[in-house]
Design a protein around this ligand. Structure first.
Ligand SMILES: [Zn+2]
Length: 271
């Protein structure tokens, strides 16, 4: 996407990502409010101009990622399906949009120019991970089935959390927070029109039997005596140890697992 299209996408916020950020999300992103967040992000898009070498690095990495999908991946999805998804990239500069972390929104993979200087294999591995998220967004039914089979139980709706929530927002997740269970919940999901209170019996079972997923903000700062004390997050990655990565959401668990296999394939250890 051109810098102008990227900035317009961010300002439109059609997926409601900026509008849905919590108070701690905004603090971790050094933004006063959603408008300020979008302005800074759009600015970080319009200030990018890629060198021919950077452009080439992204193309080579995308080809490498698709080669892995074509030759190596049969589950949890047919790799040919994901290789056939067109690549759409948007670029931003430095860390001022989403801390410079690679992520997806709609059918677009967002990359900070900072990440283009990582090694060829690391960049390709990042693209393998991010393309899983594009597949997930385009295949919600297949994802529901996969999550059901793995006993990931939907717990509560992301959009219904309070603005005081300490769970980090992540554009790669779907509309739900999940818990990882050892068996399927005996209380099935009410239909999608259900009110929040109708979810409560299920939630009570999940709290007793499963482990909640989600990355919880946790900041630390030095007090005047130099002791470390709890404080607001200074960056997006200031979350409680072990709550991020594959433990943040089932979609992340899948993306990390598949990208891990790419690492193996690159080392010549098979699929
Ligand atoms: Zn991810």
């Amino acid at each position: 996407m051109s810098p102008e299209d990227t900035a317009a996408f961010i300002q439109d916020d059609a997926d409601g990502y900026a509008a849905g950020l919590t108070d701690l999300d905004l603090i971790a992103r050094q933004s006063a409010n959603a408008k300020n967040y979008k302005d800074r992000a759009a600015q970080s898009a319009t200030s990018v101009s890629l060198t021919p070498e950077q452009r080439d690095a992204v193309i080579q990495a995308a080809l490498r990622a698709d080669a892995f999908y074509m030759s190596c991946v049969q589950e949890p999805f047919n790799g040919r399906l994901i290789a056939a998804i067109p690549w759409v990239f948007a670029f931003t500069s430095d860390i001022s949009y989403e801390g410079g972390l690679p992520h997806t929104r709609s059918n677009i993979i967002f990359l900070s120019t900072d990440i283009l200087s990582t090694s060829k294999e690391d960049l390709a591995g990042t693209l393998v991970h991010e393309k899983v998220h594009i597949y997930q967004r385009q295949n919600p039914e297949a994802m529901s089935e996969w999550m059901g089979n793995k006993f990931y139980e939907p717990f509560s709706k992301v959009k219904e959390r309070p603005s005081s929530s300490d769970v980090r927002s992540n554009p790669d997740m779907n509309d739900w927070f999940y818990a990882k269970c050892k068996e399927p919940s005996p209380i099935s999901m009410p239909d999608s029109t259900a009110e929040s209170h109708e979810l409560r019996p299920r939630q009570a079972w999940i709290l007793d039997n499963c482990e909640a997923m989600g990355a919880y903000y946790e900041g630390e700062a030095k007090d005047p005596e130099g002791n470390m004390v709890p404080s607001n997050p200074e960056k997006i990655t200031d979350v409680r140890k072990g709550t991020d990565g594959p433990n943040e959401h089932p979609y992340e668990a899948m993306a990390y697992e598949v990208a891990g296999r790419f690492g193996k394939w690159v080392r010549g250890d098979g699929c």
